[in-house]
Design a binder for this molecule. Structure first.
Ligand code: NAD
Length: 486
């Protein structure tokens, strides 16, 4: 059964006034149930609970207790993993095949376990050595202590909601913080389920994790403005990220932002095109709703037509439709609004002179669900809107380049800097190009960088800070330097 209730101060509760909002299956357009519709007052109660839990419990210093609690949550999720899988497919519209990878199984394997294991190894203090800094005639011993930041406000999006929630909760809790998590209104149940599992199956103290869904995006703004919240950890669009930063400025809150992307799939002229180009159709996976997807295919002008034909064949082979069908790669966009947004970008592409090679509309064979055809654009120039803005749909734009320098220039001609893919028959050449691309992650020759131990985040307007890895633990800590007479 889906969990409709919020988690506030250790209790599963309804929203103020019993208000609820609909959860819609984007593949069928059916309302599949409701969720508690948290108000500002509900959010403020949750913030107060997180503050009290941080200030009055020993959670921040109980390393063994935190490890135990994270592993209890891990076991509780594993016990319900098949229900969770079906729920994700229903509310996110993600193809079930994606749940065996990044949507569920991949993060579940390590997003809690890895940070739990790091608690013991983390360098909570480091000695600086003795120093008589001001010539006082006696040296001081000095140490640097790492401590939790305090109360973290967490805001997550709808595209990989469980993956992102888990990769935030793991490090936040491992480092000894408390938090209030607001899931995206399109996909609340996987996160409210986490709330129930925390309440019923773990020793996580009341108030350490609070979960407040809401249909009103601005209820999340309480987290940015409240003086009781010490930090914001946000994943979502760059537009919202800017707004959160501005709102958090009043209380000088650190903002950890994982934002949008417009990453390249850069195929160098020596690459095996028959192998490299077809994989470009993976931008259709989960209807293109992934921040790190390489949605700009850069190919040498000398082999442009060959690349387009290979890409066309791959796009023709993309199976879209019912996300519960295990052979489907592409499900619906998450909402009518997102479907319209993607179709709007396709129209803009046409209007600016790009050529639709394939797709470009709503599939005629599907009479319900927010689907968009796999869409391939050729004759795209770097300045076009579809080459610059994040479409978040099953849309690939193909841009030609002259040589490696030109390819690097085009790749970096973006306000974003999240990820990228480079293919060459010469790994050293691929690496040297990778060093010149200003993004937070790069996959070379089909290699993957993903993992709970792998820092993920963006350069430029793709964000601030890194999720996962040692950097993703450190970001949830404060630094205290202490000294005493040696
Ligand atoms: P969004 O920015 O519209 O919403 C994200 C979350 O922010 C939702 O929970 C929403 O309710 C909340 N929100 C909106 N306004 C807010 C405000 N003023 N204060 C506090 N919270 C607010 O993004 P989305 O459409 O849900 O997700 C898609 C976007 O997320 C894409 O741009 C994608 O690239 C990005 N994304 C980035 C990463 C990454 O790690 N870099 C991962 C996944 C998605």
């Amino acid at each position: 059964m889906p969990e409709q209730r919020m988690l506030v101060n250790g209790k599963l509760v309804d929203a103020e006034g019993g208000r609820v909002f609909d959860n819609v299956n984007p593949a069928t357009e059916e309302v599949i149930g409701v969720t508690a519709d948290g108000s500002r007052a509900d959010m403020e109660r949750a913030v107060a609970a997180a503050r009290a839990a941080f200030d009055t419990s020993d959670w921040a210093r109980d390393h063994a207790g935190r490890k135990k609690a994270l592993l209890q949550l891990q076991a509780a999720i594993e016990a319900e993993v098949e229900e969770l899988r079906a729920e994700l497919v229903a509310e996110v519209g993600c193809p079930v095949i994606t749940t065996y990878g990044p949507q569920l199984d991949a993060p579940l394997k390590e997003a809690l376990r890895w940070p739990a294991d790091q608690i013991e190894q983390f360098p909570w203090s480091r000695a600086l050595g003795e120093k008589d800094a001001f010539g006082m005639g006696y040296p001081s011993a000095r140490e640097v202590w790492k401590e939790p930041v305090g109360v973290v406000g967490v805001v997550t999006p709808w595209n990989f909601p469980f993956e992102i929630a888990l990769n935030k909760l793991g490090p936040i809790l491992a480092m000894g913080n408390t938090c209030v998590l607001k899931p995206a209104p399109d996909t609340p149940w996987n996160t409210t389920r986490l709330g129930r599992l925390i309440a019923e199956h773990t020793d996580i103290p009341p108030g350490v994790v609070n979960i407040v869904p809401s249909s009103d995006h601005l209820v999340g703004e309480v987290l940015s403005t409240s003086p009781l919240v010490d930090m914001i950890a946000f994943t979502g669009s760059t537009v919202t990220g800017r707004r959160i930063m501005a709102a958090a400025a009043a209380t000088v809150k650190p903002t950890f932002l994982e934002l949008g992307g417009k990453s390249v799939n850069l195929v160098l002229d020596d690459a095996d095109f028959a192998q490299a180009i077809p994989s470009a159709a993976m931008v259709c996976m989960h209807a293109g709703q992934g921040c790190a997807m390489p949605t700009r295919l850069l190919v040498p002008n000398s082999r442009y037509d060959e690349a387009i034909e290979l890409a066309r064949a791959a796009f023709e082979g993309v199976k879209y439709g019912d996300p519960t069908d295990p052979s489907v790669l592409q499900g619906p966009q998450v909402s009518k609004r997102q479907q319209e947004r993607v179709l709007g970008y396709i129209e803009t592409g046409r209007a600016e002179g790009a050529r639709v090679v394939l797709g470009g509309g709503v599939p005629k064979d599907l009479d319900r669900g927010y689907f968009v055809e796999p869409t391939l654009f050729a004759d795209v120039t770097p300045g076009m809107t579809i080459a610059q803005e994040e479409i978040f749909g099953p849309v690939l734009v193909v841009i030609g380049f002259e040589d490696d320098d030109d390819a690097v220039r085009i790749a970096n001609d973006s306000v974003y800097g999240l990820s990228g893919v480079i293919t060459s028959s010469d790994l050293d050449r691929a690496k040297s190009v990778a060093r010149r691309i200003r993004t937070g992650t790069v996959g070379l020759n089909g290699g993957l960088w993903y993992g709970a131990d792998a820092p993920f985040g963006g350069y430029k307007q793709s964000g601030i800070g890194r999720q996962c890895g040692i950097e993703g633990l450190e970001i949830f800590t404060e630094t205290k330097t202490v000294g005493w007479p040696a």
